[in-house]
Design a protein around this ligand. Structure first.
Ligand SMILES: [Zn+2]
Length: 320
């Protein structure tokens, strides 16, 4: 693999990022562009192709041995098709792998971003040295990846581990997917902002009112976490409640693949112990006794870059 390089792409609803790495997984160049999902997949894919060319120009496209894409899911990883991701409206059944192969004539892999983030944390982040891990990404929505005996857990057709849709309260709020009481509807960034708004509209006092300049439509999970950090009661309660819901999902997962470590990533994980502590409390309270002291719960070590690192590791493994 001397003198050979790989391109990783992380495609999300807001932006996409392209990184060039060498065979030791060292980043040599990287670029980020807005996705503009509403322009549709044809224009979007063209812009991704152009950004790949620009990013690869540091070493020359002819030295690139493969392209590994981590994209918002759900996807069909076998065929490299983006199915119907909620964060990429109008990107339905998009054959991304085929398009990139036609453009570059080199191997292309298309995987779910949460799966790739799990691989990234396993190989380069908080999961190093653990062969059984569960990774949660908690941001606008909730996704995740599961690694068992060092291997990514796969579904038969679509990417597995849609762990954002574990039911934590059968009577809970409506989820984006149409289900009810899924952890995504109770602990995602969107859910955190919604819960804070609900409490404020019911008359509870909070510094958040000032923080969003009296306009509740501007309230974000980031603001809630910032206010919780400063000791705002309402914000602290909301973050704690989200952590408790996540904890319930984590306990259900602990009892199934019995992971050594649970890693929490995504924007909401920046809340650190404010979100991790309630998860640990639920584990101490509700997990079977033999599981309680076994599974570690930690924050992601690679942050936003876990998907890019995972795609690079995945692609380099495939190239051998
Ligand atoms: Zn759901």
């Amino acid at each position: 693999m001397n003198d050979s390089f790989i391109i990783a792409v992380d495609l999300g609803g807001t932006s996409f990022r392209v990184a060039l790495a060498d065979s030791a997984a060292t980043f040599l160049n990287r670029n980020a562009e807005p996705t503009r999902a509403s322009d549709g997949p044809r224009i979007g894919m063209q812009r991704i192709i152009e950004t790949i060319r620009t990013t690869a120009s540091t070493v020359g496209m002819e030295k690139i041995k493969g392209i590994a894409v981590a994209t918002a899911g759900p996807i069909d990883p076998g065929n490299g098709v983006i199915l119907t991701p909620p964060s990429l409206p109008s990107w339905h059944n998009v054959p991304l792998k085929q398009h990139l192969k036609e453009a570059f004539h080199i191997p292309v892999w298309v995987e779910s971003d949460a799966d790739m983030a799990a691989v990234g944390e396993h190989r380069f982040g908080a999961g190093q040295g653990y062969d059984r891990l569960v990774y949660f990404t908690v941001s606008t929505g909730i996704g995740g990846g599961i690694i068992i005996d060092g291997q990514l857990l796969r579904g038969s057709k679509i990417s597995a581990a849609e762990i954002g849709h574990i039911i934590v309260d059968p009577r809970g709020p409506q989820c984006n997917c149409g289900g009810k009481g899924h952890v995504e509807a109770m602990a995602s960034g969107t859910a955190i902002a919604r819960m804070a708004k609900e409490r404020i509209s019911h008359g509870s006092a909070s510094s958040l009112v000032e923080l969003c300049q009296n306009d509740l439509s501007r309230l974000t999970a980031e603001m809630v976490v910032a206010a919780a950090r400063k000791g705002d009661n309402l914000a602290s309660e909301v973050v704690h409640e989200a952590g408790t819901s996540l904890g319930i999902a984590v306990v259900s997962l602990m009892h199934t693949p019995d992971p050594d470590i649970v890693i929490i990533g995504g924007g909401v994980s920046n809340a650190g112990d404010l979100i991790l502590q309630p998860i640990r409390e639920v584990i101490a309270d509700r997990a079977m006794i033999d599981f309680r002291n076994r599974t570690k719960v930690v924050q992601s070590a690679l942050g936003d870059d876990s998907g890019l690192y995972g795609a690079i590791a995945f692609g380099l493994d495939k190239l051998g």
